[in-house]
Design a protein around this ligand. Sequence first.
Ligand SMILES: [Zn+2]
Ligand SMILES: [Zn+2]
Length: 363
Amino acid sequence: MIRSKAIVFAAPRRPLVCHDTTVPEPGPDQFVVRVTHAGICGSDVHRLIGDLGAPAGPVCFGHEGVGVIESIGANVKTDRVGNPVAKGNRIYWVPGGSCGQCRFCRGEKTLGFCQNRVWPAPFGAPNAAAFQEFATLDLTTSFCRIPDGVTSDSVIAFGCAMPTALTALQRLGDISGTNVVIQGSGPVGLAMCLVARLNGAAQVAVIGDPVLRLDIARRFGADAIFSLSDTTREERRARILEMTDGAGANVVVEAAGRVEAFDEGLHLLAHYGRYAIVGLYSGSATTSFNPVYVNNRNIRIVGSMYLDMREIAGAVDVAAQAGAKYGFGDLITHRFALEQTEDAINCASRGESIKAIVVPSGE
Ligand SMILES: [Zn+2]
Ligand SMILES: [Zn+2]
């Protein structure tokens, strides 16, 4: 038995409570991780205010974890992409994964669609939530070892945004040589900016706010940045047409989470343009658009919800390749103790942080 503490969410708009718990020794298919870094995600803000519905009972959550394997069951030999793992190794994980049995897991490995996924995790049983000192993971969890030389900060800096961006890229297809416009400069928008650059986009433009975030987009290689508050929609379109010899963007990625972005993004596309909808994933949003416009320009619109399990390892690779060069760790502007998880989520909600994290058990 290990003594632990866990953050518990009972209902929307009710305070989060930090409970003392005990974590049993792992079974043969399980392992226990001491959580060193737990990222705050935009979806945590949505959860607290009830956009994701109310849980049936008290639950544990936090879905961006980095930690150290504390004890490990006999059957856990490798991570989900085959790297050997042992006690003492650092890993990055997103709770849930692929059961291998349901219709989703037999096809695409999209984490989140698995019909046997239990998330958020009911409080009281060992679980993989990140907002706790010790998490219990198992062979179905999406996890990847972090190699020596790659800092934990550089992996958690983007949290689930990096695998989300990599999954969106998979769904878009090859973007080398294209002109890319990214709507939104939150974690997914910034991750997408970097991913576009690393994958050979000819030009990358980012629309967002505040300037602090746009400066990071610039650091990640954006050729143009447009502040939403300083430019009009017409000005942005005129500049993007100018950048693309009047053609428009080959690829637009909606990572803004605002329905107004859709109409603007659609009208930034060139003929044969591709549009990925990534940020509009919760609540409900309706807008009218002209399907004739989509038809007449041979436009493709793709949704990209959740993330491909394999991109957990993809995100660790990006941190290994580019984390030091681009200073990923600098994105972490706020760190909170486990007991302050609600403050951390509120900080992210107010847009004060670039990335806020909770540090459940220190390094
Ligand atoms: Zn997330
Ligand atoms: Zn499944």
